[in-house]
Design a protein around this ligand. Structure first.
Ligand code: DX5
Ligand code: ZN
Length: 217
């Protein structure tokens, strides 16, 4: 399975964002965490900054919305040129309507799940989804440790995707590093977000390559 590495700019230097985007030119995607201090107890960046990131990023932009009222806001990020927009299951009233709207705007549609949220209600909706994001930490902050208990959820999701034959990407986010990525890949994930592991490395590009190699099962 071709794996994708998506460094999270949450661990980048926000006043040197363009430089830190250029440093991950060998990645597959750049993961942009949007937080509103309501859905999660942290506040990051919004639409105007995402618009500029889309303009200068060397790789497609993967937006992870940790915000309330995703139905209102997610389409704006698709209009801004994000290649994928992930809204949280817990923050939408109408996931299918929203996913269809994102697709109609030319973005890949993703649904994100907090660690305590079940994936089962979304398994019948896989044909409507381009990506399922299984959070492997509580959303809100970088640098937390991977929740081992998420591995069965990743396995169940992969099985359902294989059965449905939809080609839906299975993304994991939180605590992904050289020491965790191989077993998460074995469980069936194929898109790996890594913030502190990538931007905390001395050689960022080499770290991306090392993660891709370790994640290739
Ligand atoms: C956390 C964010 C993550 C974060 C991951 O809520 O969604 O994308 O940047 O950071 P690490 O890889 O350090 O766990
Ligand atoms: Zn994220």
């Amino acid at each position: 399975m071709a794996v994708k590495i998506a460094p999270s700019i949450l661990s980048a230097d926000f006043v040197n964002l363009e430089r830190d985007l250029q440093r991950i030119a060998n990645a597959d995607l750049v993961h942009v965490d949007v937080m509103d201090n309501h859905f999660v107890p942290n506040l990051t960046l919004g639409l105007p900054i995402v618009q500029r990131i889309v303009e200068v990023s060397p790789v497609p932009v993967d937006v992870h919305l940790m915000i309330e009222d995703a139905d209102r806001w997610a389409p704006e990020f698709a209009r801004a040129g994000a290649s994928s927009v992930t809204f949280h299951a817990e923050a939408t009233q109408a996931p299918v309507r929203l996913a269809r709207e994102l697709r109609s705007l030319g973005a890949r549609a993703g649904v994100g799940l907090r660690p305590a949220s079940p994936v089962e209600p979304f398994l019948d909706l896989l044909p409507e989804l381009d990506m399922v994001l299984v959070m492997t930490v509580e959303p809100g902050f970088g640098g937390q440790s991977f929740i081992e208990g998420m591995l069965p959820k990743i396995r169940r999701t992969r099985q359902a995707i294989a059965q449905a034959g939809t080609g839906t990407w299975l993304q994991v986010d939180g605590g992904i590093s050289r020491s965790t990525i191989a077993r998460v890949a074995q469980a069936g994930a194929d898109v790996f977000v890594a913030g502190s592991a990538v931007y905390g490395a001395d050689d960022v590009a080499a770290e991306i390559d090392a993660l891709r190699t370790l994640g290739s099962t």
